[in-house]
Design a protein around this ligand. Sequence first.
Ligand SMILES: Cc1cc2nc3c(=O)[nH]c(=O)nc-3n(C[C@H](O)[C@H](O)[C@H](O)COP(=O)(O)OP(=O)(O)OC[C@H]3O[C@@H](n4cnc5c(N)ncnc54)[C@H](O)[C@@H]3O)c2cc1C
Length: 449
Amino acid sequence: MSPSFDMDGDARGQPRVLIVGAGTAGLTVAHLLLRQRPHLALTILEPSPDHWYQPGFTLVGAGLIPLEQTRRDQADLIPTGCRWLRAAAVGFDPEHNCVHTSDGDVIAYEILVLTPGLQCFWERIQGLPQALGQQGVCSNYGGRFAAYTWETIQHFSGGTAIFTVPETPIKCGGAPQKVMYLADDHFKAKSGVGVNSRVIFCTAGTSLFAIPAYARSLHRVIQRRGIEVRLRHNLREVRAAEQVAIFEVTASDGSTSTEAIPFAMLHVVPPMGAPAVVASSPLAGDDPGGWVEVDPFSTQHRRYANVFAAGDGSSLPTSRTAGAARGAAFVLAANLLAYLAGQPLNSRYDGYTVCPLITGYGSVLLAEFDYSLQPVSTFLVDPTRERWSFWLLKTKLLPWIYWNRVLKGAPHEGRYLQPLAPLVQALGLAYRPAADLEQWQAQAPGGCS
Ligand SMILES: Cc1cc2nc3c(=O)[nH]c(=O)nc-3n(C[C@H](O)[C@H](O)[C@H](O)COP(=O)(O)OP(=O)(O)OC[C@H]3O[C@@H](n4cnc5c(N)ncnc54)[C@H](O)[C@@H]3O)c2cc1C
C-alpha cells in the first residue's frame, strides 16, 4: 500500500523517523535525537492531548498532591522541530516500513521507534470495571481512580484492607506496596483506626520483591507493621455490593482453590500486558508476552534492523519503570543515530531501573538495580535502608526532575554525585551486600525472597 501521509515535511532529504507513543520513553528519545540531529524529519504519533506523570499517582492516592499536578499538555512537551500526529497506531507493517493510524492514514518511515507503553486489562478481573470507584474498591493504576484511593483511606473506619498484585508483569513493581504502607500509616498514626483494622497483601507471585536485598528490607517493614502476606493469591473477581474479593489460590503442588475475603478497602492492581496492536503484529514475533521483541542491550528489534523500542511496551527484561524507560532511551537514541550513520551499535543498556519504595509517610527505600539483579546506588549511600532523604527525593525532587530533565533528555543526576564516591566509601556509608543474605533467602518465612 502506498503511504497516505508525507512525513518529509520541511526536512526533505533527512531520514524519516517515526516515534509511536509520547510517554516517558518517546519524549526522551525525541529530545535526544533532535539535540544531536536538529534537522531530522521526526514525527510522533500520539493520540492523547495529556501527558501523565504516573509515579505521581501514588502521591495522589496518599493525599499528598492533587491529580492535576501529575498532568501537562502534551503540546507543551513535544520538542520544537518534531511533527505531532494526534492519532493512534492501529497496525504495523514492518515488511513495508509503514504504520496504519486511527485516522486511516498510512505512514511510511525509515526508522521506527516503538514507545507505546503497556495496557491495563481491567476487564480481566470479573466485576472490577463496574466496581472501581465505589464500595472501597480503588486503584492508583488509573489516574482518575487514584483520588478515590485517598478518599477510601480517609473514610476507612476499620475492617480489612486488601492490596493485590496480579500474575502478569506490571509497571512499577513496588507501587502496590507503596500505597499499602501509606494506608497502614494513616490507619495507625493518623486516623487511629489501626487497632480495628487488618491489612492483607495478596500477591499472585511468590515473593515480596524480585531483588533479595530489597525483599529483605521490605520483609522487615511488613513484620514491623504486622501486615499479613498471602502469596500465590490471584484476584479473579470483585463482588462490590457484598464487598468480597475472590482469589484463585495456587498451592505449592500446583493445585488451585478459591478463597473469598471480605473487605472494607480493596486496592487493585490490574493485569497488564503489551498493547494489543503490538502483540498482534509481526513486531512481537516470538516474544511470549507479545512485547516488541528487541535485543536487551542495544534496544534494536531482533528481526527488523530499522525498528527500535524502549519503555514498558518493549521486551527489555527489566522492571518496567520511568527510570528504566529513561535509561534505555539514551541507548536507543545513540544506537539509532549510529545505525543511520552506518556505524556499529556500540551503546549498551545494562537494565538500570529504579523504584522509590515508599515504606510510610517520611520514609523511602530507593530500589535501584540492573540486569545483574544486584542493588546499585547512583546516590552512593546504602539503597537497602529506608531514608527520609529519599522521601524528599521522591515527593519533592523527582517530580521536578521528571518534567524538567527526564523528558528533555538530560543525563541521570547520579553522575553529579560520582566525585563524592571515595568520601562516601571512607565514611562507611556505601552499600555492601549483607554477608548473611543468602542464608536469609533460604530461611525467609513465606518465601519472601
Ligand atoms: C501507580 C504508578 C506508580 C509508578 N511509580 C513509578 C515510580 O515511582 N518510579 C518510576 O520510575 N516509574 C513508576 N511508574 C511507572 C512509569 O510511569 C512507567 O514505567 C513509564 O511511564 C513508562 O514509560 P513509557 O514511555 O514506556 O510508557 P508511557 O509513559 O505509559 O507512555 C506511553 C505513551 O504511548 C501512547 N500510546 C499508547 N498506545 C498508542 C498507540 N497505539 N499509538 C500511539 N501512541 C500510543 C500513550 O498515550 C502514552 O502517551 C509508575 C506507574 C504507575 C501507574
